[in-house]
Design a binder for this molecule. Structure first.
Ligand SMILES: Cc1cc2nc3c(=O)[nH]c(=O)nc-3n(C[C@H](O)[C@H](O)[C@H](O)COP(=O)(O)OP(=O)(O)OC[C@H]3O[C@@H](n4cnc5c(N)ncnc54)[C@H](O)[C@@H]3O)c2cc1C
Length: 374
């Protein structure tokens, strides 16, 4: 059985590693010719950490990242909206959120899988066709045969384009700048993540090793093309804590993109091809769960493929298992992001956050952190 994984991002590489752990061979095909250091940061929450631990790579990730003691929604002056006794970033078993540079996470996954399996770089998937149950995959400069395709090629997935050409990307009308700054945060701001909410604006950040800071800035769009220069972004956050301007001042490369997600697909699979991660269910980043859900997909699809003798039937079972949680995250994240930028709803949300008993918040988060078998 030849399994082709399209896309060597977080979902594709984790899927390959999970299959390998269960004794199944796969090959990853990634469009870029070399992995690069460009990228911002990412927060990996307990549901993802459990799976990375199961794969035996949690410590390698921890070596390159920082374990966060808390993640708070805060006012523009960085004062917490709600003070919590038990922080919500760890699950009941003590698995804690890790902040890491995205490129370093991808490198850990890449290096790990390279020891056991095959990753072909510079392979851009274009299309596929099926004849006599064999799939012909067309890359930009080559053709290969496979028995099963797992499409993990991100929100703009070409595999999805082949399966479901009518799929739609939803735009939030919120622009996001993100980057890594060479800057030592004051001790009091290290080891916790913060997202500060101002008027139609948010700014989030957390410390990374080697005196780096991962940050993101979000603003409601005005219809015109947004600038990417440091002075402009600083000017948008001038009424926030002065540390925000300092973080932006030291930024390296800044990514600029509108926040988007994927309109719910009717199904994630057809014949012997199944979509995973952002290709199937890209979410807005407001719950910090996009990559975590891709990692969960990797865990479930690999285990289910083994339990069901690598049959196509597995894709239906996989989708049944994953749908409710993924739908909850995509929908809640969308609503959360829209509410955070509404001048009317944001103050109500802040009051609700204050009023909601910590027990309820903890039980909501524990549901998100649950993964079967752990
Ligand atoms: C601002 C922002 C902040 C975020 N923060 C968090 C966070 O804190 N925590 C979290 O869990 N998630 C977060 N996310 C979401 C997270 O980034 C994504 O969910 C995650 O990267 C999805 O991984 P993936 O592997 O499915 O897709 P991708 O990361 O998009 O990877 C797809 C891979 O496929 C390759 N590819 C694409 N097309 C082809 C092709 N035709 N042929 C071959 N290869 C191809 C790409 O080069 C890439 O390597 C955030 C997202 C944004 C936008």
């Amino acid at each position: 059985m030849k399994i082709a994984i399209i896309g060597g991002g977080i979902t594709g590489l984790t899927t390959a590693l999970a299959l390998h752990k269960l004794g199944i061979k796969s090959t990853v095909y990634e469009q870029v010719a070399t992995l690069n250091e460009i990228g911002a940061g990412i927060w990996l929450q307990p549901n993802a950490i459990k799976i990375l631990n199961w794969l035996g790579i949690k410590n390698k990730i921890l070596e390159k990242g920082v374990q966060l003691q808390k993640v708070n929604i805060v006012h523009p002056n960085l004062k917490p909206i709600k003070k919590l006794k038990n922080e919500l970033i760890q699950d009941e078993y003590g698995n804690q959120t890790i902040a890491i540079h995205r490129a370093r996470l991808q490198q850990v996954l890449f290096d790990e899988f390279s020891q056991y399996g095959q990753i072909e770089l510079g392979k851009k998937y274009i299309s596929q066709s099926t004849e006599n149950n064999k799939i012909q995959i067309n890359f930009s400069a080559q053709q290969i045969e496979a028995d099963m395709v797992l499409g993990a090629d991100g929100i703009h997935s070409q595999v999805r384009q082949y399966l479901f050409p009518d799929s739609e990307i939803r735009k939030t009308n919120q622009i996001c700048w993100r980057g890594i700054s060479k800057f030592k945060l004051p001790e009091s701001l290290m080891y916790s993540g913060r997202e500060s909410w101002g008027h139609k604006r948010r700014f989030g950040f957390s410390h990374l090793p080697d005196d780096e800071v991962y940050w993101f800035a979000v603003k409601t769009m005005n219809g015109h093309r947004e600038k990417t220069d440091i002075k402009y972004i600083q000017s948008l956050f001038k009424d926030f804590s002065p540390v925000v301007a300092e973080i932006i001042e030291h930024a390296g490369f800044i990514h600029t993109a509108e926040l988007t997600d994927l309109k719910r697909l009717k199904t994630w699979h057809r014949d012997n091809t199944c979509l995973l991660g952002d290709a199937a269910h890209a979410t807005t980043p407001n719950m910090g769960q996009g990559a975590c859900q891709g990692i969960e997909d990797a865990y479930y699809i690999s285990n289910l493929l083994v339990q069901n003798n690598l049959s196509q039937e597995t894709f239906k079972i996989f989708e049944r298992k994953r749908r409710a949680k993924v739908d909850y995250i995509v929908n809640t994240s969308w609503r959360f992001g829209q509410a955070a930028h509404s001048p009317i709803i944001q103050p109500i949300m802040k009051l609700m956050m204050k009023a909601t008993p910590e027990k309820i918040l903890t039980s909501q988060m524990n549901k998100v952190y649950q993964v079967e078998g752990f």
